[in-house]
Design a protein around this ligand. Structure first.
Ligand code: NDP
Ligand code: ZN
Length: 352
């Protein structure tokens, strides 16, 4: 079968692979709508370590073509939403409720890209289908459902880690698709004021539609000063969904003592963090610094789909570029890599 991915670091391209085979609990899926993610392009450039001959992609809505003999909830022909994180639910950390890691492997529940080929393929494999797949609800457009599997789950996770509460002043640094979902999530959790950092005009427009009250540009000088001036001092919570190696220190510098900094940004392997002691209250400011990974599994995605079904949020606003046909995965991926200013998220619609 054909798939699109990383031939070697820095070189994306088409790959020929064996069609995957399901284990007893697994399913084989054909993609119906897929989207590239910033993490796919980051991986292609080597930001997550050495990779070669690997099919990329971890966001998909698809159709079941084959199931293992112990799968009970799904059958060939079912349209399914595929979480980008598909835990092996037998893992020790998972039994302890920490389901993003698997035993001692950081992000070990992220199987696509880290442990096997991804979703940019004619067929892809999903482990533990009954615990990880969700039937696509009839009322929800596949492209909206697609935005739950990574963008909404990650963006909302940043809001959960930040424990955003009613009336709080929340900063969201970065308003690409992940940060935009954090804005929408903070709004749903009752934030009072949502100050966002970003510049692309269509991201700014959608951030306001999702609930942003103020916009700061990192191109207009120090964001810490700009935000403190706006807020009249420090803020309750800072969510990081973009930026560079300096952003963590900036976030700690603008959050109040006892506040929370919540990061979902994917730093580069070469980044290091330097925190001047005074901005962290000489280590005694009781500032929580949290970083997390997209939660997955069926129950998570079912809940996020409810937010769409009952019209709390329309995440399909993120999709700015649409492509038709399997072979257009390449164009969508290269566009995601180039990131023109009007791009938020491309999606590829596939008919078989
Ligand atoms: P985008 O690249 O689309 O958005 C990045 C945002 O950060 C933009 O708004 C950009 O502004 C802003 N930005 C860029 N430089 C700075 C700076 N110096 N200071 C402040 N803001 C800045 O990214 P995505 O939304 O697609 O993804 C965000 C991050 O989340 C990525 O690192 C991605 O890999 C990661 N990710 C993490 C996951 C997880 O599980 N933790 C899952 C999925 C993604 P501008 O408007 O000017 O472009
Ligand atoms: Zn991703």
């Amino acid at each position: 079968m054909k798939g699109y991915g990383v031939v070697k670091i820095g070189q994306p391209g088409w790959l020929e692979k064996e069609k995957p085979v399901p284990g007893p609990l697994d399913a084989i899926i054909r993609p119906v709508v897929i989207a590239p993610c910033s993490s796919d392009t980051h991986a292609m450039h080597g930001g997550s370590g050495p990779k070669e001959n690997l099919i990329l992609g971890h966001e998909a809505v698809g159709e079941v073509v084959e199931t293992g003999n112990l799968v009970i909830k799904f059958k060939p022909g079912d349209k399914v939403v595929v979480p980008c994180v598909t835990p092996d639910w037998t893992g020790r950390y998972i039994q302890e409720g920490k389901y993003n890691a698997h035993d001692n492997t950081m992000m070990g529940s992220f199987k696509f890209l880290l442990a096997k080929d991804g979703t940019f393929a004619e067929f892809f494999h999903v482990n533990m289908a009954d615990a990880n797949l969700v039937i696509l609800p009839e009322e929800i457009a596949p492209e909206a459902a697609l935005m739950t599997v990574d963008m909404m789950s990650t963006g909302f996770h940043a809001v959960e880690l930040a424990e955003v509460g009613y009336g709080e002043v929340v900063v969201v640094v970065g308003i690409g698709p992940v940060g935009l979902m954090s804005v929408a999530g903070a709004q749903l959790r009752g934030a009072g004021r949502i100050i966002v950092v970003g510049t692309r005009p269509n991201c700014v427009k959608i951030a306001k539609e999702y609930g942003a009250t103020d916009v700061v540009s990192y191109k207009d000088g120090d964001i810490v000063k700009q935000i403190k001036d706006l807020a009249g001092g420090t803020v309750d919570k800072v969510i990081i969904a973009g930026g560079d190696g300096k952003t963590l220190t900036q976030a700690i510098s603008m959050v109040k003592p006892t506040g929370i900094v919540s990061n979902v940004n994917y730093y580069d392997a070469s980044d290091t963090f330097t925190i001047p002691a005074p901005v962290w209250g000489l280590g005694m400011a009781n500032i929580d610094i949290r970083g997390g990974f997209c939660p997955g599994g069926a129950a998570r995605i079912e809940k996020l789909l409810n937010n769409i079904k009952y019209k709390r949020i329309d995440p399909s606003k993120l999709i700015t570029h649409r492509f038709d046909g399997f072979e257009k995965i390449e164009d969508a991926f290269l566009l995601m890599d180039k990131k023109p200013a009007d791009l938020i998220k491309p999606a590829v619609f596939i008919k078989w």
